[in-house]
Design a protein around this ligand. Structure first.
Ligand SMILES: *Cc1c(COP(=O)(O)O)cnc(C)c1O
Length: 372
């Protein structure tokens, strides 16, 4: 079945009891069992698993072409669960440009558990090769990355990690499986903040992991979620499933809009640079064209005149809201340096834009009046 069809039908069998086409939400926290704990329909307690979550996991696994998926209460909970697999004494290599939450997790929490972490410029597979040795248990990728939209060659990195006996984990939140499927390129597990494009409407938090194999990594992570409880609420599973039905359709509109907005910004005299892999001048354009179906709807750009001019332009936007997060129907912009705490890593002249589903002409008109 093709991707668009899977998105509509995976995990979508009509309800066995009523024939309902839209799936029921099972809110029950507990499921009847026999006097000696014999399961009636496979379920016991909601923290372990529930039918609404099962539907979502079936769908997410199908979309990423994985053997199994696990839903979590947030993207960070999913990321944390995966990284907790790493034993004390091991090393984890991660990209120099990456999601802020990962950076905090790796600098504050993993070292406490005895896991060493090092940033690498993953755009150069040779830079990774030089750092690999037997102590590297896993490599983390994020492509395109947040907020600089750096592109990494997943297949090239996977060849290196495989030869080194390391696991390859990939945050696929920006691209979504509609555009890029890291498991098919050699990754061992994929992580999503489903809060973004999967949910798609800025109204439901969640996270997911998808596994290439139903092996020990999957079994340990499943058990860890059951014990530590970073689970997704049934209602959130239902909303996320509802959102992902339209993921392919939304992504093609998102991408078409982003291409137009990126081209407008690239030609604007007050914009000094645009980071969007769809532009032919982007350093990762060729790799992105090879491993992605389209170039996504996240971009960032640099405004002439430094921090003050950049904040002033963001402040003049009327249609595009200043807000964090991404992947919703509405376009959102953010001056990342302002929200990164006391030691910001993003450039002061950088704005990150999540291009939404409005008409591109209206987005361009808003950016035009704001940039002046
Ligand atoms: C939002 C995001 C996360 C974290 O997900 P939450 O659902 O907010 O916990 C991780 N990675 C990327 C790329 C994100 O955009």
């Amino acid at each position: 079945m093709r991707f668009e069809t899977l998105a509509i039908h995976a995990g979508g069998e009509p309800d066995a009891e009523t024939g309902a086409i839209a799936p029921p939400i099972h809110m029950s926290t507990t499921f009847r069992h026999g006097p000696a704990g014999e399961r009636v329909a496979g379920y016991e307690y909601v923290r372990e698993g529930n039918p609404t979550q099962d539907r979502l996991e079936t769908a997410v696994a199908a979309l990423e072409q994985g053997q199994a998926a696990l839903a979590f209460g947030s993207g960070m909970a999913a990321m944390t669960a995966l990284l907790e697999y790493l034993p004390a004494g091991s090393r984890l290599l991660y990209p120099r440009d990456c999601y802020m939450g990962l950076r905090v997790l790796l600098s504050e929490f993993l070292p406490q558990r005895g896991v060493q972490t090092e940033a690498v410029d993953m755009r150069e597979p040779a830079a990774l090769a030089a750092r690999l040795d037997a102590s590297v248990r896993a490599v983390w990728l994020e492509t395109p990355s947040n907020p600089l939209l750096e592109v990494t060659d997943i297949a090239a990195i996977a060849a290196l990690t495989k030869a080194n006996g390391s696991l390859l984990f990939c945050d696929n939140t920006f691209a979504t499986p509609a555009l890029q499927q890291p498991l098919t390129l050699g990754a061992d597990a994929v992580m999503h903040s489903t809060t973004k494009y999967f949910g798609g409407h800025s109204d439901v938090m969640g996270g997911a992991l998808v596994f290439a194999r139903k092996d020990e990594l999957y079994e340990r992570t499943l058990h860890r979620r059951h014990v530590t409880g970073a689970v997704l609420a049934p209602f959130n599973a239902w909303l996320t499933l509802r959102g992902l039905r339209s993921l392919p359709a939304r992504m093609s509109w998102h991408c078409a809009n982003a291409r137009r907005v990126a081209e407008f910004l690239a030609a604007h005299p007050r914009v000094t640079a645009v980071n969007y892999p769809g532009l032919s001048g982007h350093p990762g354009h060729a790799v992105a064209a090879r491993q992605m179906r389209d170039f996504g709807a996240m971009l960032s750009f640099h405004v002439a005149g430094g921090r003050e001019a950049t904040l002033a332009a963001a402040g003049r936007l009327k249609l595009i809201h200043n807000a964090t997060s991404l992947g919703g129907c509405e376009s959102l912009i953010e001056h990342r340096a302002s929200v990164e705490g006391p030691n910001p890593v993003s450039p002061q002249d950088l704005l990150r834009l999540s291009v939404g589903l409005e008409h591109a002409d209206d987005l361009i008109a808003d950016l035009q009046q704001a940039l002046g």
